[in-house]
Design a protein around this ligand. Structure first.
Ligand SMILES: *[C@@H]1O[C@H](CO)[C@@H](O)[C@H](O)[C@H]1NC(C)=O
Ligand SMILES: *[C@@H]1O[C@H](CO)[C@@H](O)[C@H](O)[C@H]1NC(C)=O
Ligand SMILES: *[C@@H]1O[C@H](CO)[C@@H](O)[C@H](O)[C@H]1NC(C)=O
Ligand SMILES: *[C@@H]1O[C@H](CO)[C@@H](O)[C@H](O)[C@H]1NC(C)=O
Ligand SMILES: *[C@@H]1O[C@H](CO)[C@@H](O)[C@H](O)[C@H]1NC(C)=O
Ligand SMILES: *[C@@H]1O[C@H](CO)[C@@H](O)[C@H](O)[C@H]1NC(C)=O
Ligand SMILES: *[C@@H]1O[C@H](CO)[C@@H](O)[C@H](O)[C@H]1NC(C)=O
Ligand SMILES: *[C@@H]1O[C@H](CO)[C@@H](O)[C@H](O)[C@H]1NC(C)=O
Length: 822
């Protein structure tokens, strides 16, 4: 998604200085092949012709097991790139043998001469089959007619070497993927793997536990994968995507044969490219993916991830590491286990505290897939959770979310982060951190009892009411976590057969509906869907995990054949454009506008930087900002491109009426980053200031492009003349200036000059200062066309735009830690 994270050129120069000038060439006399009458045993090895790689038995880390592997012969740190018997170690090499069997396969026999691993190649009766270790690190088997019948590059373990193509063999139907080691002592397959997208699209995905995708490279764009940093303009390696009759796969090659590099997935799930630095004699990383620390399941069940902590994962009070040994190796997926098991309403015990209690954890990212219940109060929610033995936590945010089973993806957020909530984690009372006053307990018990009774009453009343209410609707099946899965019939009923249309956009029409508990919802009928059922559900689940106060929340969905519908929370305030541009609506006050602007900025910053999977909105405009009853702004209609299953360029061509908000790089077909949203956001800011569409007909019939006016005036200081006349000048000068400047920075032609949404939030919050923006070049041209010149502005304001952006960047960079883009 974001390809220009770090300056590439400096790295390339750095590399040029430190890289090998030429590979160490060693001729050590050892054979480079194994023929039918030979066997490899004990400490014997074979070495590739030029001496780059060696094959033989090895023992990883502190293990006492032996494995057949291939490692670099030229570097002192044993670095294994391939393992044969990764899951079937042998304990004694003295009479174990690697050999070519009579039917022409490569087999490993243990001391009892029992095969523990085999190449599974096509049997061949030829007695002249030979296994050759090549200087690329590839072990190939050739038969008597010198045809390659098997190669280790087609069966990689955790490492992709240059020239090894990862993907699908269309003839055999075999998928090549790499799978992490269990840990550094054990090469057995771990839970993380990297493979081509199982749905067949030309991108690579990182997968946890066989099916849970936690990262995507995004589609191959003909030259590189948009989300692999540094591959776009690398002078060191080149990615290629092969798609021919035999194979569809991705590979990379090294430009300049002297560069020693490998790409692998490690036991904590990181996908990394390493290169060997000769001068320091160590491996360094070129890229690491994901480049944020907290990703799905990294810390295991009940583990808490903390980006800011060097240890990354920790356990909550009352929990301890599931496997101390693994945690010491920095592999956290064993997660945390309870020190004391839950009482779970077991009132029979005498003495001590009886009930389980809840630990309040503030500023947490709430785990994915809660079950959502409409309960009246936080107490009801707590009681509801207490009453179910499998409930481990709850959170109460305008409704009751409970989590049963293992809690995953817990993340500790920090002050600057948005999207945090308070999670109540269930613990045995005895595990509670000290100072648990029994008084408080008594109160909370009483409260919960009262709450419980009230809750039950409410439920009863609700039930009676619901029964009375017309027909029974079978609904609200609590599947897919907090998401409600509806049948099409349910939604027909809920929307009174789609009678009240709220609006329609590029992706379908939206209807108002009312659930049986009288919750109002907005139901969107998707059109032009290309997504398969499974992919649709995956994307819907991802969308449901996106929860932020400034982002419209997905409540449910329906998927029946081609009928795909999404159910969102209903925003009674309607869309922002209806308040801004309609003549008959009351004028939004400046304070309100500022809050709305801040809300949108926070929502977008969350989508870009804080979500587990970063999301580019691609269609930021007032029509896609909804307001709730308190006029709190929420970003709507995000994630559509993925959901619909089209690539961005197709979405572009199908989008209507949004061209005024589109960033130049999109129009010119360059790859897009989250900065396109920043651009559209900037365009929208002008509309919020003026209360007019950017392109409006002026009285004399000519078209006025408002941002042009705003930018010039914003720089020249005559801002108030730009302000919505309806406000009668009632606005905070400083705020208007700030918004105007931010807007102008956001619409800079070069993405690099635009701030990130995170920076925008900081500027709007007053944390970061904003300098006078340069006039965006496109506007400048416009200005020149209209024979305006810099004469109107004072000389300091006429500074070269590039200088000024440098100023801005210097200012911004002094506030560290906020430059990490997604
Ligand atoms: C290989 O093992 C044999 C006996 O087990 C020993 O004599 C020899 O020195 C070893 N060679 C190397 C290179 O370690
Ligand atoms: C391996 O096996 C040989 C012979 O079977 C034996 O002498 C040797 O002690 C064994 N080594 C170990 C580490 O068990
Ligand atoms: C060899 O492998 C077989 C099958 O896995 C096993 O039963 C046997 O104990 C192994 N022998 C040795 C010496 O490890
Ligand atoms: C291979 O097989 C051929 C005929 O089948 C035989 O003549 C030759 O001696 C064999 N070579 C070896 C090394 O066993
Ligand atoms: C077998 O093929 C490889 C490459 O395909 C070639 O380098 C080698 O010389 C061939 N060997 C013979 C004996 O033809
Ligand atoms: C991992 O996958 C397996 C099979 O797909 C499933 O049964 C298991 O519950 C998953 N584990 C977790 C922790 O999600
Ligand atoms: C409840 O407590 C009794 C006695 O302390 C114990 O035998 C029983 O296993 C407990 N049940 C649960 C579910 O903890
Ligand atoms: C607890 O919640 C789970 C998940 O909703 C449900 O399957 C189970 O039946 C509930 N147990 C009780 C005792 O209510």
């Amino acid at each position: 998604m974001h390809t220009e994270m770090r300056p590439r050129s400096s790295l390339s120069i750095f590399l040029l200085f430190f890289l090998f000038s030429s590979p160490n060439i060693q001729h050590c006399g050892a054979a480079n092949s194994l023929s039918a009458d030979q066997a490899l045993s004990g400490n014997q090895t074979i070495v590739s012709k030029e001496g780059n790689f060696e094959l033989g038995f090895f023992t990883p880390g502190n293990s006492r097991n032996y494995y057949i592997g291939i490692w670099y012969k030229t570097i002192p740190v044993q670095t294994v790139i391939w393992v044969a018997n990764r899951a079937t170690p042998i304990s004694n090499t003295s009479s174990a043998e690697l050999k070519i069997s009579e039917d022409g396969r490569l087999v490993l026999l243990n001391s009892s001469k029992i095969p523990v691993w085999s190449s599974n190649s096509t049997p061949s009766t030829s007695n002249s089959t030979v296994a050759v270790l090549l200087d690329t690190g590839n072990l190939v088997m050739r038969d008597g007619s010198n045809t390659t019948i098997w190669q280790s590059f087609y069966h990689p373990t955790d490492t992709v070497m240059p020239g090894c193509c990862l993907g699908l063999n269309k003839i055999t139907g075999e998928h090549q993927s790499i799978t992490s080691w269990e840990n550094s002592d054990n090469p057995a397959p771990g839970p993380f793997s990297a493979s081509m997208d199982p749905d067949g699209s030309n991108q690579f995905v990182l997968v946890w536990n066989g099916s849970e995708i936690y990262w995507r490279t995004e589609f191959w764009n003909g030259q590189y994968y948009p989300r692999i940093p540094g591959t776009k303009s690398s002078t060191l390696i080149k990615f290629t995507f092969v798609n021919n009759k035999q194979r569809t796969c991705g590979m990379y090659t090294v430009l300049g044969s002297s560069f020693i590099t490998r790409i692998m997935i490690d036991s904590s799930g990181l996908f990394r490219q390493w290169f060997w630095v000769k001068s320091t004699q160590e491996w360094q990383t070129l890229f690491t993916i994901p480049w944020f620390q907290c990703y799905d399941s990294q810390c295991g069940a009940f583990g808490i991830c903390d980006q800011k902590s060097p240890n990354i994962c920790r356990c909550s009070y009352g929990f301890e590491p599931g496997s101390m040994k693994e945690w010491e190796l920095k592999v956290w997926r064993s997660g945390c286990v309870r020190k004391t098991s839950l009482r779970c309403g077991n009132k029979s015990s005498v003495g001590g505290e009886v009930e389980d209690r809840f630990l309040e954890m503030t500023n947490m990212r709430l785990p994915a897939n809660p079950q959502y219940w409409t309960l009246g109060s936080a107490q009801d929610c707590e009681q509801f959770c207490l009453n179910n033995c499998s409930c481990n936590a709850y959170a109460y945010v305008s409704g009751c979310s409970i989590w049963t089973g293992d809690l995953r993806n817990l993340e500790q957020l920090h002050d600057a982060d948005s999207g945090g909530g308070t999670l109540y984690l269930r613990l045995a009372a005895s595990d509670f951190p000290a100072s648990s006053s029994s008084h408080k307990l008594a109160i909370s018990l009483t409260l919960s009892v009262i709450g419980g009774i009230l809750g039950i009453l409410c439920v009863l009343v609700g039930l009676i009411w619901a029964f009375r209410r017309r027909k029974r609707i079978s609904m609200a099946k609590q599947v897919e976590g907090s998401l409600i899965q509806f049948t099409y019939g349910d939604l027909q009923h809920v929307t009174k057969n789609f009678s009240e249309k709220l609006g329609s956009g590029g992706f379908g029409s939206v209807f108002k509906g009312t659930l049986i508990d009288s919750t109002e919802v907005a139901v969107k009928k998707l059109e032009g869907l290309r997504q398969g059922e499974k992919q649709f559900r995956t994307e819907v689940r991802t969308l449901a995990g996106i929860q932020h106060v400034n982002v419209v929340r997905l409540r449910g969905f329906c998927s029946k054949g081609s009928k795909k519908l999404l159910v969102y929370e209903y925003m009674s305030g309607g869309s922002l454009d209806s308040h801004l541009f309609r003549n008959n609506s009351t004028v939004l006050g400046w304070k309100m506008r500022y809050q709305i602007i801040l809300g949108i900025a926070r929502g977008l910053a969350y989508l870009h930087e804080k979500c587990r999977e970063c999301i580019i909105h691609c269609d930021v405009k007032p029509d896609n900002v909804l307001l709730d009853s308190d006029f709190c702004a929420k970003v709507a209609d995000f994630g559509m491109a993925k959901l619909i299953g089209r690539d961005f360029s197709t979405v572009l061509t199908t989008m209507r009426g949004t061209i005024g908000y589109l960033a130049p790089e999109w129009i010119s077909g360059r790859p897009i980053t989250s900065k396109i949203d920043v651009y559209s956001f900037g365009m929208m800011l002008f509309e919020l200031i003026s209360g007019k569409r950017n392109t409006a007909q002026s009285a004399d019939g000519s078209e006025n492009f408002y941002p042009y006016l705003a930018a010039t005036k914003g720089i020249a200081g005559d801002i108030f003349s730009l302000l919505d006349h309806g406000l009668n000048g009632a606005a905070d000068t400083e705020e208007v200036t700030r918004v105007c400047r931010v807007a102008c920075w956001c619409i800079q032609e070069s993405e690099a000059h635009r701030p990130t949404m995170g920076q925008v939030v900081q500027i709007l919050e007053g944390v970061l200062e904003v300098s006078v923006p340069p006039l965006p070049r496109a506007l400048q041209r416009l200005m020149q066309d209209q024979s305006r010149s810099c004469d109107h502005l004072s000389s300091s304001e006429c500074k070269d735009p590039l200088d000024q952006s440098l100023d801005f960047y210097q200012q911004v960079s002094s506030h560290k830690g906020h430059m990490n883009l997604c």
